[in-house]
Write a new protein. Structure first.
Length: 437
């Protein structure tokens, strides 16, 4: 009995290692990816158009081309990762995207820069679905919202410190050198990634065979309750998958318009320097981090998903409508609404990406996640472009607020009225058995 108890305790300790080894690695990787896509907004706010002698509309196109590349290659990339090796694919893309991100500060030709931004999107398109696939191989259903959230925290946490630091780097070295400085770490990190991360528990030297076998059994049990899907096309035509794709398209249209153009919106509205603009741009993401952690905890405790997604998206849209109303009257009231909007639009990421492995089986889950994320990338492309064009043509940010607000509210309403809650029967009992060993 004592030996069994000791064995159970060792298995539990080995299972906890997943949170200490794997999640910091995926967090840093996604953080670097987000750094190299979101810092473009600071370059635009710091005078990229004037330096390169291009129009504001061309600047908006450069910002949005990343998302076009991001849209095109996710499904074939994740299909390769599922069949071959996701961790090795991420290693190569770390090197490629770090190089392309640094070249953003070197290239002077508009069309070469446009190609660079498009290819940067292609390289980064493989990262997020591949890491979601990794997490489904390592974490059970009642852990998955928290695991997803700790991955996606690389998004707001990166923008939090990037917003505070990038403005001062630009002031000290210029926007071009800042792109180079912020592109190099991805290349260096690739080596650490390959030393730590493996595709499955049985491949990791830091996971015991007993813990790996127990985790694999639990993940297999979760698959039994899911309806079988014979092929990818059939999975993609399902009503719930189509609704998730449309919902994420609208969500991303609003969110990435916010992310890419927030520094410019703040600078135009306040006439503050680039350093202070960076600090003000960071505050919405601090609230986002706190709200993401809280919502993920509640989601895994209750196994609620959709009902923890739609209220925050509607709230973020209403807050952006407040910014639209207040923008011409009071910068600080409009800015307060931006803080609330930024926190609310990020809050439900963890439960949202926990939905897909709970409604489709493992043989198609990776491609479905990539498809949904691709639709988000298409929304992000349109959001980044339209918000930038509206800003360039109207000379202010109010039309952009309105576009983002409507997109986020529609996203929340699709989840509220269109998506049916997946069954959770039997999951909690099975997962409790895993935790007890």
């Amino acid at each position: 009995m004592k030996q069994d108890s000791a064995s159970t305790g060792q298995i539990a300790r080995d299972l906890r290692k997943r949170w200490l080894y794997l999640l910091p690695a995926v967090f840093v990787t996604y953080s670097l990816a987000y750094l190299d896509r979101a810092n473009y907004g600071f370059g635009a706010a710091a005078g990229l158009a004037e330096t390169l002698h291009i129009t504001e509309s061309q600047t908006a196109l450069l910002g949005s081309l990343f998302f076009l590349g991001y849209f095109l290659f996710q499904v074939p990339g994740i299909a390769y990762a599922r069949r071959r090796n996701a961790s090795r694919l991420i290693f190569y893309t770390l090197i490629v995207w770090g190089t392309l991100a640094a070249l953003t500060g070197v290239i002077r030709s508009f069309w070469l820069l446009a190609l660079d931004r498009l290819l940067l999107g292609v390289a980064e398109s493989l990262i997020f679905p591949a890491m979601l696939l990794l997490l489904t191989n390592w974490f059970t259903r009642s852990e998955r919202s928290r695991a997803n959230t700790l991955l996606i925290l690389g998004n707001p946490v990166t923008i939090l410190w990037m917003s505070a630091i990038t403005g001062f780097l630009i002031r000290s070295f210029g926007w071009q050198m800042t792109f180079i400085i912020e592109g190099v770490p991805s290349i260096l990190w690739a080596v650490i990634w390959m030393m730590v991360v493996r595709d499955r528990p049985e491949q990791a030297s830091w996971m015991s065979a007993e813990a790996s076998a127990q985790l694999s059994r639990q993940l297999a049990e979760e698959q039994v309750s899911l309806p079988k899907v014979s092929g990818l096309l059939k999975a993609l035509m399902r009503r719930d998958v189509l609704l998730l794709s449309l919902q994420y398209f609208c969500w991303s249209l609003g969110l990435y318009g916010f992310v890419l153009w927030l520094p410019t919106i703040i600078r135009q509205g306040s006439d503050l320097g680039i350093g202070i603009t960076g600090l003000l741009s960071a505050i919405p993401y601090l609230l986002a981090v706190l709200m993401m952690l809280l919502v993920a905890y509640l989601s895994d405790k209750t196994l609620r998903r959709g009902s923890l997604v739609w209220p925050f998206l509607v709230l973020s849209g209403v807050a952006l409508l407040g910014s639209f109303v207040f923008a011409s009257h009071s910068f600080w009231l409009a800015y307060g609404c931006l803080i609330l909007a930024g926190g609310a639009m990020y809050a439900p990421y963890g439960p949202f990406f926990a939905i897909i492995p709970e409604v489709v089986p493992a043989n198609v889950a990776a491609e479905v996640m990539a498809t949904v994320n691709s639709c988000g990338a298409l929304g992000a492309f349109l959001g980044a472009w339209f918000v930038g064009v509206l800003q360039a043509r109207t000379g202010n940010s109010r039309a952009g607020y309105l576009l983002m607000a409507v997109a986020l509210i529609v996203s929340g309403l699709i989840m509220l009225f269109g998506f049916r809650k997946p069954s959770t029967q039997g999951t909690a009992v099975a997962d409790e058995r895993l935790q007890r060993g």
